[in-house]
Ligand binder design. Structure first.
Ligand code: IPE
Ligand code: IPE
Ligand code: MG
Ligand code: MG
Length: 336
């Protein structure tokens, strides 16, 4: 439980409450994570430990634990799978910060800055491989298939995004395809493996996959809004990274739809030609605000939240379902 949740449990958000309900299980997952990031090659636990000790919300392994328990699963295989999900996520963050040239992650200097790009890429590869070992050990071929499919899709999403960088003709459709792959696929897989290991049947697996997919899309749209509109300290990442990289996300694509000629040439200079100067980020934020593009992005995210909740309604009623239902709304209202 976070300090905020301890002080005032009634006001704690759904993520804190979910972490609280699943505290003992999450402890097992964290033990697995710490145990399996070990290696005789000292730089591996040093670098991985640096990022993992910085925290992170652990939302994906919590989704796996919750979705398994919601369908009555009580065995030990879920711990390794939830750890594998977090390892896949951690590996993608290590790689993503190299590709995005990001300087901050989880409120600290990112691993690429502290240890360099090469070490980050290689340790990311190690964590991916560890994830596959954990999945194999789970003994569930279905879980292995779902998570390995998701890993391939994430990589495709990151490459798709790379190809769209600086392309100011990127559409909301293109953007949807990118974020479904790079982010939502892992949310979907994390949720789907719960009913799968519980042996709950195809319809339940499909419902939880649908919940996770829509949750992940909403989560990434909110993340892209935060990149223009967050308190940097709370976010733990640098605001404006997407702008500096020329990454085409919902706030910019929506602002471009109704852009004046002058605004369009601003986006062409800053995003397509990446010729940026002091004050450009503030100007981008102004244009985005004037086009209501933050609000419109969040409204879009809310539509995915609704879809997620609708899919979840198929799951067995109970306290975990209620928390997952609330968690859907949290993904859009979050500030970190
Ligand atoms: C960051 O994910 C990457 C995105 C998909 C936006 P999280 O916001 O879940 O990162 P941590 O694990 O809490 O740091
Ligand atoms: C998250 O993408 C990385 C993956 C989902 C693989 P972003 O680049 O948008 O996320 P942040 O802002 O760096 O966390
Ligand atoms: Mg990034
Ligand atoms: Mg981002």
């Amino acid at each position: 439980m976070t300090a905020a949740a301890q002080q005032s449990p009634k006001q704690a958000g759904p993520l804190d409450r979910l972490a609280d309900v699943l505290r003992d299980d999450m402890k097992r997952v964290n033990e697995t994570i710490v145990d399996r990031m070990k290696s005789e090659v000292a730089l591996i636990p040093k670098l991985a430990g640096y990022l993992i000790a910085a925290g992170g919300k652990r939302i994906r392994p919590l989704l796996t634990l919750a979705s398994a328990q919601m369908y009555g699963y009580r065995g030990p295989a879920v711990y390794g799978l939830a750890a594998a999900v977090e390892f896949i996520h951690t590996a993608t963050l290590l790689h993503d910060d190299v590709v995005d040239e990001s300087a901050q992650r989880r409120g600290k200097e990112s691993a690429n800055i502290v240890f360099g790009n090469q070490a980050s890429v290689l340790v990311g590869d190690f964590l991916f491989s560890r994830a596959f070992q954990l999945m194999t050990e789970s003994g569930s071929l279905d879980a292995l298939r779902i998570l390995s499919d998701a890993s391939a899709v994430i990589a495709e999403g990151e490459v798709l995004q790379l190809a769209a960088v600086s392309n100011i003709d990127t559409t909301m459709n293109d953007y949807g395809r990118i974020i479904s792959a790079k982010t939502a696929a892992l949310f979907a897989a994390a949720c789907e493996i719960g009913p799968v290991i519980a042996g709950a049947g195809k319809d339940s697996a499909a419902a939880l996959c649908e919940y996770g997919m829509n949750l992940g899309i909403a989560f990434q749209i909110a993340d892209d809004v935060l990149d223009y509109d967050a308190d940097e300290k709370q976010l733990g990442k640098t605001v404006g990274d997407d702008f500096r990289e020329g990454k085409m996300t919902a706030p910019v694509i929506l602002a471009l739809e109704g852009a004046t000629d002058e605004e369009r040439s601003f986006w062409t200079r800053t995003m397509a030609d990446k010729k940026q100067q002091d004050g450009d980020l503030a100007r981008a934020q102004d244009i985005i605000r004037n086009h209501n593009a933050i609000r419109r992005s969040l409204i879009l995210a809310e539509e995915y939240v609704k879809k997620a909740r609708l899919a979840l309604a198929e799951a067995p009623d109970g306290p975990l379902r209620s928390l997952l239902d609330e968690l859907a709304a949290y993904t859009v209202s979050r500030s970190s």
